[in-house]
Ligand binder design. Structure first.
Ligand code: HEC
Length: 139
C-alpha cells in the first residue's frame, strides 16, 4: 500500500521541476535584451539624412515623393486642394511657412484626419512635415 501511493506522488512532483528547467533559460535571456543597444538614441542629433530617410530639414522633393505622391494625390490632383506641384500646394493655403501649428496640412496628418479614410502617416512622416514647414516650407 505504501509503495503504490508513493509512486504517482513522485511523478507529479517532477512536473513543476521540469517546468522550471524549461522556463528558466527563456526568462534569463529576456533580462539581457534591454542593455544590448545602449547607443540607440545618439543618432537623433545627426544633422543630415539619417535613419529617418529625410534630410534635416527635409526638402520639398522628399516630402513630395515620400508622402504626398503615394498618400494624397489619389484625391488631391484637382480642385481647391491640388497637391501635384509645390505652387498648387502653397496656393491651396494649407501651408503657413514657419508655423506647423496653423498649417492645415500638418494639423490634418498629425490628427489622422488625412489621408481621409486611409492609414494615418507614420510618426517619422508627420515629423518630416513638421520640420519642413518649421524650416520655412522651402521649395
Ligand atoms: C480618399 C481621399 C483623400 C485622400 C487620400 C487625402 N485627402 Fe485630403 N481631403 C480630402 C477631401 C474630400 C477634402 C475636403 C476637400 C474640400 O473641402 O474641398 C480634403 C481636404 C484636405 C485638406 C484641406 C483642409 C481640410 O481638412 O479640409 C488638407 C490639408 C488635406 N486634405 C491634406 C491631405 C494630405 C496631406 C493627404 C495625404 C497624406 C490627403 N489629404 C489625402 C480627401 C482626401
Amino acid at each position: 500500500m505504501q509503495q503504490s501511493k508513493h509512486s504517482p506522488g513522485f511523478k507529479n512532483s517532477l512536473v513543476p521541476v521540469l517546468a522550471l528547467v524549461f522556463l528558466s533559460p527563456a526568462f534569463l535571456s529576456c533580462g539581457y535584451v534591454g542593455p544590448s543597444n545602449p547607443g540607440a538614441y545618439t543618432s537623433s542629433t545627426s544633422s543630415s539624412s539619417g535613419s529617418s530617410g529625410y534630410s534635416n530639414p527635409p526638402t520639398f522633393s522628399e516630402i513630395n515623393s515620400q508622402i504626398i505622391q503615394p498618400n494624397c494625390l489619389v484625391c488631391h490632383s484637382s480642385g481647391t486642394y491640388t497637391f501635384t506641384t509645390y505652387d498648387t500646394l502653397i496656393a491651396g493655403g494649407v501651408v503657413k511657412s514657419g508655423s506647423p501649428s496653423t498649417s492645415t496640412l500638418y494639423l490634418d496628418v498629425s490628427s489622422g484626419k488625412m489621408p481621409q479614410g486611409g492609414t494615418p502617416l507614420s510618426t517619422t512622416d508627420v515629423n518630416a512635415i513638421d520640420n519642413w514647414i518649421s524650416a520655412g516650407a522651402l521649395r
